[in-house]
Design a protein around this ligand. Structure first.
Ligand code: ADP
Ligand code: MG
Length: 465
């Protein structure tokens, strides 16, 4: 009992310090639900509502927490976390307990419907952090944001149904599609909002089949006002799941519910996805998010550092914005590393420190393979020239080399088919699809060809090492 009192006193001290370091909203969201349990061997043991909550807290405030606890308990102090295991009501708001992160994910997801209550409560899986308010606008995402906002404001009431957001990794797709759900729920426009990744949908579906509960599964999904499915490219090749999703889609669409999807490429370029699904995907509006321009990158860094309640000098922000250009996730990651380094080493946040961090991140990140790399190696192994790969000749030995290079480009880069075609003499996406089929066939039927293919692939993969 005594340790409990101690723990509470210590945590109260810590909370005071933390409250002064981060903004109020984040404090409320991420610290109020934490409860101290004990002080044990110089460790402060904290209970958090879920694994998801824990991971987020550690990633974003790990440094702040550790430092604070050390300042209160002494330099060798540690923090330990326990995940709350009761499903009762006292472990913070329910959105901190998304069932996909809990220990019995699938059961709790739709077992309520299995018991016959279609309108039973459920976990939306929305992360409250993803809102329109903290989504920074820029030329690269303005249109997508406007469309998303329109849908959030009037779910199923616009012609944007489905709304499909596509674009490269780390460009804000998940943030944007979840913002729609959060907004629609908070404004009371929609009650039943569900966010799932396409993988989650697949796993749940397979599980439902195995447990002979496909009907409950379908009823659950069909009871939504808004269904958000992230990363639909992972439906590729999963025919049964696609079939089920097709019927779910139709049922929702017909009864005036909103469907929101994201993908890493335009729907038309989703290979391995049934044409009738693809045609449904294009019924509404398809919008893309592009990599952010310099101004947007600066704005994002400013906002993130303000949110963390930390003053970052302009020249540091500008340095990071100018040098981390790939995507917003890496931009955020760089800022977090800089802040962590500064506070851990008790250093000032300077351009030199930023340089150090950006450099080490660049080294640790495997260099991405380019189309040029692939063309060079394929040309070499097939004994043709790179120009021939990019040219018009239909000579048999060049054609197969070109097809192989296209196939590898599709495998090893995340480029859209259209872009791949443009690197090979301006060919269209159907030519790329055809090439991939041919090469896929060769690989599975011709051992000699497969040997050659594997050798090329190894060589290419070595580049990034
Ligand atoms: P994607 O789903 O496209 O891979 P995410 O939505 O996961 O990308 O975004 C990666 C990170 O960048 C997230 O932490 C997200 O909050 C942040 N982010 C992306 N776009 C923006 C934006 N426009 N403004 C603020 N933060 C953003
Ligand atoms: Mg995403």
């Amino acid at each position: 009992m005594e340790t409990f009192v101690d723990a509470r006193g210590i945590w109260q001290e810590c909370m005071k310090v933390i409250q002064g370091r981060i903004n109020n909203l984040n404090y409320k969201m991420w610290f109020e639900p934490v409860t101290p349990i004990a002080v044990d061997n110089n460790s402060l043991v904290l209970k958090v509502p879920s694994l998801f909550f824990h991971d987020w807290l550690e990633e974003h405030y790990g440094t702040v927490v550790n430092e604070t606890v050390r300042s209160v308990l002494g330099d060798s102090a540690k923090v330990e976390y326990r995940i709350s295991d009761d499903d009762g009501g006292d472990s913070g708001p329910s959105f901190f307990r998304p069932s996909q992160f809990s220990t019995h994910p699938i059961q709790s997801r739709w077992s309520a419907t299995a018991r016959g209550a279609v309108k039973a409560p459920f976990e939306s899986n929305l992360n409250p952090r993803y809102t329109f308010d903290n989504f920074i606008k820029g030329d690269s995402n303005q249109f997508a944001r406007a469309a998303a906002y329109a849908v959030g404001n009037n779910p199923a009431g616009t012609s944007f149904n489905p709304l499909v957001v596509y674009g490269g990794v780390g460009l804000g797709k998940t943030h944007l599609i979840q913002a729609i759900g959060n907004f629609a729920r908070q404004s009371g426009k929609s009650e039943r909002v569900l966010y799932v990744s396409s993988e989650r949908f697949t796993v749940d579906f397979v599980d439902a089949i195995q447990k002979d509960r496909a009907t409950e599964f379908s009823n659950f999904y069909r009871s939504m006002d808004i269904l958000i499915v992230d990363d639909i490219q992972f439906f590729a090749g999963k025919e049964k799941t696609q079939d089920n999703f097709f019927h779910t889609f139709n049922a929702l669409h017909q009864s005036g519910r909103q469907i929101i999807l994201s993908s890493d490429r335009p729907p038309k370029e989703l290979s391995g996805v049934d044409d009738r699904l693809i045609s449904r995907f294009t019924w509404g509006l398809t919008v893309d998010v592009q990599p952010p321009d310099l101004e947007t990158r600066i704005a994002i860094l400013r906002k993130k550092s303000e949110d963390d309640g930390i003053q970052v000098p302009d020249d540091v922000i500008e340095y990071v914005a100018a040098n981390v250009t790939s995507n917003i996730r890496e931009l955020e990651g760089s800022l977090i590393s800089i802040l962590a380094k500064a506070s851990l080493g008790n250093k000032e946040i300077t351009v030199d420190l930023a340089k150090e961090v950006v450099r080490s991140l660049a080294v640790s990140r495997r260099t991405a393979v380019t189309v040029e790399d692939i063309q060079k190696i394929v040309a070499d192994v097939f004994d043709v020239t790179e120009d021939q790969l990019r040219g018009k000749t239909r000579k048999q030995e060049v054609v197969i080399a070109r097809q192989t290079a296209m196939y590898l480009t599709k495998e090893l880069t995340r480029l859209p088919l259209k872009t791949i075609g443009s690197h090979f003499g301006g060919r269209d996406h159907s030519t790329v699809i055809y090439a991939c089929q041919i090469v896929g066939n060769h690989i599975s039927t011709d051992d000699k060809f497969k040997g050659k293919y594997d050798r090329i692939k190894k060589k290419i993969e070595m580049i990034g090492m």
